[in-house]
Write a protein of this length. Structure first.
Length: 311
């Protein structure tokens, strides 16, 4: 297994800052997964392009005066499948309110399935749905989480494949998104999201790679070096753009294929060991930026959401 990480390297100063923050908050550092039971439900969230079916997963502690950060999970092209639901449960059980909407809600409801037909349908819808509709979906999801009494107002995103690109894009679309965990994110390097008809994008709409200077939160980009969908030159182009923009990000390339997080054997790519690394990186990011709410972790600073500041 090869592992390469760059930017936001962890050092003694960072570790001390994190330790001090835990002491100030009265929390105990998470050495093992905490024990949190969860509840599940479905809601319809209004968006400018219609109602979006959304699966909710939240800690089952409603009788206590406890609030949790919110996390939007963006699915693959197959929408909310069994593997996506299991990812949502895992995140929620760590102490997060999780929302996963149908990314193609204007066209279809529910899982497309890991079949050839589902793949074709998902890829077709990826270049059918306008980019700005994804942005308005993000705004609707963020606003819904902010309205929930269980949510403390700190929002992060998590995504894989198509959803990895959408999780990244959410940091550009909403000033409330503090952290984005993006796994094998497609369609950023090649501007592959939205109609590919050669026509210019609507005024004010830009592809993510052309708008990185708008990134406000911290992005975590995790890739598989064997991934045929995001070749080395594509990863390099995105990394160079992040560096040029002075973005706050963590970058890791793991010896894995595309979809290594999908615990479904239909395509034989699930890698439990690599997935565990990706989850640990995700929860490290979410602990700092969401659970503790650090805008300055002793190593890097990120702009706060509206109404906040970093001294």
């Amino acid at each position: 297994m090869s592992l390469r990480m760059s930017t936001c390297h962890r050092n003694a100063r960072y570790n001390q800052a994190l330790s001090d923050s835990f002491k100030r908050s009265g929390a105990t550092r998470r050495l093992v997964p905490c024990r949190v039971l969860i509840t599940e439900s479905e809601v319809l969230i209004d968006t400018p392009t219609g109602a979006m079916r959304t699966s909710l997963f939240k800690p089952s502690v409603s009788s206590q005066e406890v609030k949790f950060p919110g996390v939007i999970v963006y699915s693959e092209i197959y929408q909310v499948t069994g593997p996506i639901e299991r990812i949502c449960r895992r995140i929620a059980s760590e102490g997060y309110v999780v929302a996963a909407g149908d990314v193609y809600h204007e066209y279809v409801t529910g899982s497309l399935g890991y079949t050839n037909e589902g793949t074709d349908r998902g890829n077709t819808l990826k270049v059918t749905k306008p980019i700005q509709s994804h942005d308005s979906d993000t705004t609707a999801l963020v606003n819904y989480l902010l309205s929930m009494p269980e949510c403390n107002g700190r929002i992060g995103t998590f995504g894989l494949c198509l959803g990895g690109g959408l999780a990244f894009r959410a940091t550009l679309a909403s000033p409330h998104v503090r952290a984005a965990a993006c796994h094998f994110a497609t369609d950023i390097h090649n501007r592959g999201l939205g109609p590919q008809n050669g026509e210019p994008l609507p005024e004010g709409v830009r592809h993510s790679i052309d708008n990185i200077s708008a990134l406000r939160g911290e992005a975590m980009m995790v890739w598989g070096t064997q991934d045929p969908h995001i070749p080395a030159e594509g990863r390099t182009a995105l990394r160079d753009a992040l560096l040029k923009a002075g973005a706050t990000f963590t970058w890791a390339e793991l010896n894995a294929n595309h979809a290594f997080l999908r615990d479904d054997c239909s395509k034989g790519r699930y890698d439990a060991a690599i997935s565990n690394i990706a989850y640990e990186m995700t929860f490290e990011l979410f602990t700092r930026r969401l659970t503790l709410g650090l805008l300055d972790d002793g190593l890097t600073k990120i702009p706060g959401p509206p109404g906040t500041s970093v001294a």
